[in-house]
Design a protein around this ligand. Structure first.
Ligand SMILES: Cc1cc2nc3c(=O)[nH]c(=O)nc-3n(C[C@H](O)[C@H](O)[C@H](O)COP(=O)(O)OP(=O)(O)OC[C@H]3O[C@@H](n4cnc5c(N)ncnc54)[C@H](O)[C@@H]3O)c2cc1C
Length: 385
C-alpha cells in the first residue's frame, strides 16, 4: 500500500494550490459580501480564470483523485467558487459527458471547459429533496415536442447559468427508475423563468435560485442521451461524483479553518504566552488535524475505488461525504472557539467558513440519507450472517 500521491498529482496540487491562493482566495470575502449582481459578475470572472488553469477541463475528466486533490485546494481558497464550478462542471458537465449524445457533448462541453458557458443541475423542488419521487415537474409529449411544467428550487448557478439539466416525470406509471428523464434546457428557451437569487447562510458567492417552467417546449434532442426514462439512474450516478466532490470541499474548508486557527494560536497571547501553548487550544488543533487527515484518507480510498470502477465506490463515497461534512462542521466550530469573540465577528474568515461548512451536511443527500444508504449497504452485505 502506497499513501503517496503520484508526482503528477503532487504537481497538480502545488500548481492549483498556488493559483487558488493567488487568484481566487483574495476575493473570497468580497464574493461573500457583494450584492448579488456584483457577486454574479465576480463568479463569472472566477470561472474564466479557472478555465485558463485547466481546472474545469480536469473537473470534466476521468481522474477522480486528481479532481479531489485540485478541489480541496480550490475550496480551501474559496468554497463558494468551488461550489459554482462543481455545479457547472461536475453536476451538469459530467452528466452531459457520461450520458449525453455526441451532439449534446459537442454543444455543451467545450464552452463549459472554456468558462464561456455555465451549467446548473435542477432536481430539488419544494416537495422533493431527499425524496425525488415527490417531484411535481412533468414533461408531456405534444406534437413531437416535450412540454415541461413545474418549479425547481435551490438551483446553484441558476442566476447565471446558460443551460440547465432538469429532472421531470415523463411516465409516472413506470416509477422512478423508468419514468423520470433529465432534459437539457437552454436559459433562452421559451417558458423558462429564472427566479431572483435567494439569500443563503453560507457559500453566498455561489448564487442560487428557483426556476419555473410554464409550457416550456423543447425538442426530442433535449432528452439527455436521447432515450427518455433514464433520468433517475443518471441522477444517482452523478450524485456519487458530486458527493465525492463535496467531501473534497469539506476537507478544503477544514484545512482553511486549521490554517486560520494555527496562525491565530501562535499570534494571540494570553496570560503571557501564545494561546496555542494552552492544552485546551492545542487539543482543538490536534482534533482539526486528525479529522482533516482521516477525511482525506477516506476520500482517496473512495476516489481510487471509483477510478477502478469498483461497485463498493458508491458506499465509500457516501462514507466520505458523511464523515467529511460532519467533520468540517466540527472543525469550523473549533476554529471559532480558538478565535474567541473575534472569530464571531462578521467579516472574519472563520465566521465565513463556519457558515460555508454547514452546507455539505444538507445538500445532495443529507447526513441522514447517507447513514440510511450506508446502513442498507451493510445489511445487504452481511445478509448471510
Ligand atoms: C445552497 C444550496 C444549494 C443547492 N443546490 C442544489 C442544486 O444545484 N440542485 C439541486 O437539485 N438541489 C440543490 N440543493 C438542494 C439540496 O440538495 C436539498 O436541500 C437536499 O437534498 C435536502 O432536501 P430538502 O431540502 O428538500 O430537505 P428534506 O428532504 O425535506 O429533508 C428535511 C430533513 O428530513 C430528513 N429526512 C428526509 N427523509 C428522510 C428519511 N427517509 N430518513 C431520515 N431522515 C429523512 C432529512 O435528512 C432532513 O434532515 C441545494 C441546497 C442548498 C441549501
Amino acid at each position: 500500500m502506497d499513501y503517496e500521491l503520484s508526482d503528477a498529482h503532487k504537481t497538480l496540487q502545488a500548481e492549483i494550490g498556488k493559483f487558488c491562493r493567488g487568484e481566487i482566495g483574495p476575493g473570497a470575502a468580497l464574493l461573500d459580501e457583494a450584492p448579488r449582481e456584483e457577486a454574479a459578475a465576480r463568479m463569472k470572472a472566477n470561472m474564466e480564470k479557472l478555465a485558463r488553469t485547466g481546472y474545469l477541463e480536469l473537473a470534466l475528466g476521468d481522474d477522480p483523485l486528481g479532481k479531489c486533490v485540485a478541489g480541496e485546494e480550490l475550496a480551501r481558497a474559496c468554497p463558494a467558487t468551488f461550489l459554482a464550478a462543481m455545479s457547472s462542471a461536475t453536476a451538469f458537465g459530467r452528466a452531459v459527458k457520461r450520458f449525453g449524445t455526441d451532439g449534446q457533448r459537442e454543444i455543451h462541453l467545450p464552452p463549459l471547459a472554456a468558462g464561456e458557458r455555465i451549467g446548473a443541475f435542477a432536481c430539488t423542488e419544494a416537495e422533493a429533496g431527499s425524496d425525488l419521487g415527490g417531484a411535481a415537474t412533468t414533461a408531456e409529449k405534444r406534437e413531437g415536442l416535450w412540454v415541461l411544467n413545474g418549479e425547481k428550487d435551490l438551483v446553484t448557478n441558476a442566476p447565471l447559468a446558460d443551460a440547465f439539466l432538469i429532472l421531470a416525470w415523463t411516465e409516472r406509471n413506470a416509477g422512478m427508475e423508468g419514468g423520470m428523464t433529465l432534459f437539457l434546457v437552454d436559459r433562452s428557451a421559451e417558458g423558462i423563468r429564472i427566479g431572483p437569487a435567494v439569500e443563503t447562510m453560507g457559500l453566498r458567492g455561489a448564487l442560487t435560485s428557483a426556476i419555473r417552467m410554464e409550457n416550456c417546449a423543447v425538442g426530442e434532442d433535449a432528452v439527455l442521451g436521447s432515450a427518455a426514462g433514464n433520468g433517475y439512474g443518471q441522477v444517482r450516478l452523478i450524485m456519487q461524483e458530486v458527493n465525492l466532490a463535496l467531501a473534497a470541499m469539506s476537507v478544503g474548508i477544514g484545512m482553511a479553518c486549521m490554517e486560520e486557527s494555527t496562525r491565530h494560536a501562535k499570534a494571540k497571547k494570553a496570560f503571557g504566552k501564545p494561546i496555542g501553548l494552552f492544552e485546551g487550544v492545542g487539543a482543538k488543533l490536534a482534533i482539526m488535524f486528525t479529522f482533516n487527515d482521516l477525511g482525506r484518507m477516506i476520500i482517496c480510498r473512495a476516489a481510487w475505488a471509483m477510478a477502478q470502477g469498483e461497485p463498493e465506490s458508491a458506499v465509500l463515497v457516501s462514507c466520505a461525504k458523511l464523515f467529511t461534512s460532519e467533520a468540517a462542521g466540527k472543525i469550523a466550530s473549533l476554529a471559532m472557539q480558538v478565535h474567541g469573540g473575534h472569530g464571531y465577528l462578521k467579516g472574519t474568515a472563520v465566521e465565513r467558513l463556519y457558515r460555508d461548512a454547514r452546507f455539505a451536511e444538507i445538500a445532495w443527500g443529507t447526513s441522514e440519507m447517507q447513514r440510511a444508504f450506508i446502513a442498507k449497504d451493510s445489511l445487504d452485505r452481511f445478509k448471510a450472517a
